[in-house]
Design a protein around this ligand. Sequence first.
Ligand code: BES
Ligand code: ZN
Ligand code: ZN
Length: 497
Amino acid sequence: MQIEFVTAGPMEGEALSAIAAPVFENQTLGSAGEALDGASGGALSRAMGSSRFTGELDQTLDIVAPAGLHAARVVLAGAGALAKLDDLGVERLAAAAYHAVKSSGVPTLELRLGDLSDSQAARAALGVRLAAYRFDRYRTREKPEKKPSVTKVRIVCGDPAAATAAFEPLAALGDAVSFARDLVSEPANVLYPEEFAHRVKQLEALGLEVEVLGEAEMTELGMGALLGVGQGSVRESQLAVLVWRGAEDPKAAPIAFVGKGVCFDTGGISIKPAAGMEEMKTDMGGAAAVAGVMHVLAGRKAKVNAVGILGLVENMPDGNAIRPGDILTSLSGQTIEVINTDAEGRLVLADAIWYCQERFKPKTIIDLATLTGAIVIALGEEVAGFYSNDEALASNLAAASTAEAELIWRMPLHKPYDKKLDTLAADMKNITGSRSAGSVAAGLFLQRFVTNKSWAHLDIAGTAWQSGPGAPTIPEGASGFGVRLLNRLVADHYEGK
Ligand code: BES
Ligand code: ZN
Ligand code: ZN
């Protein structure tokens, strides 16, 4: 997708494009819409008059070849009440305009934003960028006429140089979200732990330091929990360590992100039912989000020190796989009786979190994981669960969530459920044995490996993958959930401090 910012004025010698303009509530045209309406002898007003389009956010009205205009179509994009139009609203209206004409045959979408600011123009660009994401690497027979026709977006604004500058960090965010979405979309025969590590190694080009530990190094360290999960797979387990040093003091304690990277989760010997198992290629969504966060921090040269740790394994049933009843010794020294081999994410995270704390002494540690089916039952696909031992971090996360529209809801780490993880044979077991409060139990399990005073855990099992079309900026499939949220958290609370 090619995106450019321009000043108003006709573009000569180009194929006819679609022109989009915002319309506010009660069919109130913005200044760009007014001009188009005038030039077309009132075609826009007439079209609105004979439709149910009111100008509410997410609505669009597509007008084909209006007389008097040098345009293939005009798309009216609902913007709601002007006073309430925030950055997210601008992203949505631009994304909705894109969806309205993406397959119409026009190659170019011109967004005429009228009175909106240059920074809002940049937001519109991000909206289109996120909306236009698709994973079509393996669609070899898709006819060209079935693919989106819009490949170029021209955004008309007051000061293109200012809009271009404002778009720079947002473009980095768009790239990072796409990177995370690609990782989640890839099938597990392509994206196994070594390939995942290889792809994040490419991020060195952005200035990140990337280190990859294999099974020999992890055995040496004593990561028995993570290695236990991977031992039934012919693919080698990996631990990827990404470091971004952007703070003035390169030695200042970093903020750390830890991701569950189960490239495929069959459940292991406690094997999952066949129906829907293909979705378990997304069980590395936490690691993908962490990779995405590191991507955007480096991409926009954030003034922060940050670390990303990815625990990359494949959970397979095999003659060498761990069995229910097996006892693993984690890197922390704590022993774990594996009651159910399908509760593997917490085993991977236990070692990755411990390693992160020991090596980097982070000021804050946040883990992300597609950890439990229970959180999907509780909160669905639109809201992730989060847990924290730090009130300030919890409220900062909640604020970042609202600002980026990546919704989260805090869940409790109440003590009575922790006791249920005790077992006779070892220091703890990996499940309580009851399905109730399954996501809470997983959070409490992780907490047994957290020494950090400021920690949060995000259970993104429901939000990492969208099974149908959702918000205009989040197409069906991999959402990249977490990248925007944590980028915002860093920008608002950890940079330049
Ligand atoms: N990867 C799954 C959780 C999951 C479920 C992710 C649905 C995405 C969508 C996890 O490893 C798992 O299997 N959890 C079990 C835990 C149980 C055995 C205690 C679950 O939630 O059923
Ligand atoms: Zn599992
Ligand atoms: Zn899993």
